[in-house]
Design a protein around this ligand. Structure first.
Ligand code: PA5
Length: 459
């Protein structure tokens, strides 16, 4: 379903690029990283999600049983609780979303609310009819403020319209035992699915977090998981030299730490896969941006881009800007066939295009970029999906998850925590008067008081 090609990251193809031996130097550490993933642990439940055949099948059955009157879905969640399902949903349905046409039955359009922005939340609540809507609320902790407030608004809005059967319009995805959303599921009698305690947010796309929204949108969760199962075989091979995730992790790590290539750009040559870039950005940033055991601040900066579109915005920087970039291209071998007609062929700008397919054009553009990057000394790797289907999407996401975990081993950090985001959350809670967070709230107040008005300019 997938192919990883790292030729254009290595010397001599890229002048000053890495040597194969450089990768070999990391194999011992990578081996222990792979062993640890195979052995399992408190936070690595995601590794075996592809082996679960019952979970996806029961989610698929449940989605099939939803009443026909439900024809749209609002998905509430943030970070790891939204980016995964969003990436899969857009990969499969992007063309019809772009065309603005309704999705074919039995699929239902998903509306993702992943922010506390009142403009979006307000507009969506006013636009939808609760009697035709399913509200999917996803939060593993059950306490994330953005999601909690969306749920409160949606539930209030739906109750006002629906009266008795409100619970039938909600489904919760959360921890099997802990958290206030789990309590609320019991209190309201809402259908719920569990995220295993050993699966963290950004590694949860193959759990109910990703599968529930996808199933209601008509994407077969069994196919997504089956693709990841194929990738699992390859990505858990103990020998790093035969393991694509280990190779990619080693390469990305060395580019960052040895070659100063600190910006890792996932460039999807497919509109369908563009959102996989946003998902990857979170996975790479939140997992690897840490303080290591020696107190060093580590972690590459991820960027996401879309080819060929961003050849007209970012490429100039990638080729001639600071030599601090690694490009990871996502390519697709088999796409819809659309031939460019032979018209206006007496004109130079049009004549050579006629008769080619659009697929040939985007492929030529990707190859042109790869070659010109290499010539400029900018390394790139290419991951090619056979076609954009649930299987290949599941596989590429699994590959990138294992790559992230193994990169975590190389950086010597814990890829599963995110201590850096906690303080901001605590301060916001304090500002909103949450009990026990008063001191945290004071941090923002005193920070505001220290503002020098001379440094504020009005226009
Ligand atoms: O990757 C993560 O762990 C985070 O991005 C979480 O997914 C995000 O903060 C949302 O958390 P929760 O699912 O608990 O609402």
């Amino acid at each position: 379903v997938l192919k990883l090609d790292i030729n254009s990251a290595l010397s001599p193809r890229v002048a000053g690029g890495l040597q194969r031996e450089d990768l070999r130097g990391l194999y011992e550490r990578l081996s222990s990283g792979i062993d640890a993933l195979r052995a399992g642990g408190d936070f690595t439940g995601w590794v075996d999600l592809p082996l679960d055949e019952k979970g996806p099948a029961s989610i698929e059955d449940w989605a099939r049983g939803l009443p026909a009157v439900i024809d749209r879905v609002v998905v509430m969640g943030i970070g790891g609780s939204s980016l995964g399902p969003m990436a899969v949903y857009e990969a499969i349905h992007q063309p019809s979303l772009a065309a603005g046409i309704p999705l074919a039955s039995p699929a239902r359009p998903l509306i993702f609310l992943d922010n506390s922005d009142p403009d979006t939340v307000g507009e969506v609540m006013e636009a939808i009819a609760p009697e035709r809507t399913l509200y999917v609320v996803i939060t593993k902790s059950g306490s994330t403020a953005e999601t909690a407030s969306q749920l409160m608004i949606a539930h209030d809005h739906a109750s006002a319209h629906l009266k008795a059967e409100t619970a039938d319009h909600f489904v919760f995805v959360t921890d099997p035992e802990k958290g206030d959303l789990r309590k609320l599921a019991g209190r309201l009698g809402v259908r719920s699915f569990s995220v295993p305690p050993t699966v963290g947010g950004r590694f949860s796309v193959l759990s109910a977090v990703g599968l529930v929204p996808c199933a209601v949108a008509g994407i077969d969760p069994n196919r997504l998981v089956a693709g990841a199962r194929v990738a699992r075989e390859a990505c858990l091979v103990p020998a790093p030299e035969r393991n694509p995730a280990a190779k990619l992790a080693a390469l990305a790590y060395l580019m960052d730490t040895r070659q100063g290539r600190r910006v890792h750009t996932l460039m999807s040559y497919s509109d369908r896969l563009a959102r996989v870039g946003s998902w990857f950005r979170q996975l790479w940033a939140e997992s690897l941006g840490k303080i290591d055991g020696d107190g060093r601040h580590v972690g590459p900066t991820p960027l996401d881009a879309r080819g060929a579109t961003d050849q007209h915005s970012l490429l100039q920087l990638l080729v001639q800007g600071p030599p601090d970039k690694l490009v990871i291209m996502l390519d697709v071998a088999s796409r819809r066939r659309r031939t460019i007609p032979r018209v206006f062929d007496d004109l130079d700008a049009f004549g050579y295009l006629g008769g080619h397919t659009l697929g040939e054009l985007i492929d030529a553009q990707r190859r042109g970029t790869e070659a010109s990057l290499a010539r400029a000394g900018t390394p790139s790797v290419t991951i090619t999906l056979e076609a954009v289907e649930p299987e290949s999407v599941g596989a590429v996401m699994y590959l990138l998850e294992v790559t992230t975990a193994l990169a975590g081993t190389l950086y010597g950090i814990d890829p599963y925590d995110q201590p850096g985001v906690e303080q901001g959350k605590r301060v916001a809670s304090g500002l909103l008067g949450r009990e026990g967070f008063e001191k945290d709230g004071e941090l923002a107040e005193s920070h505001d008081r220290s503002r020098d008005p001379d440094l504020v300019m009005e226009i």
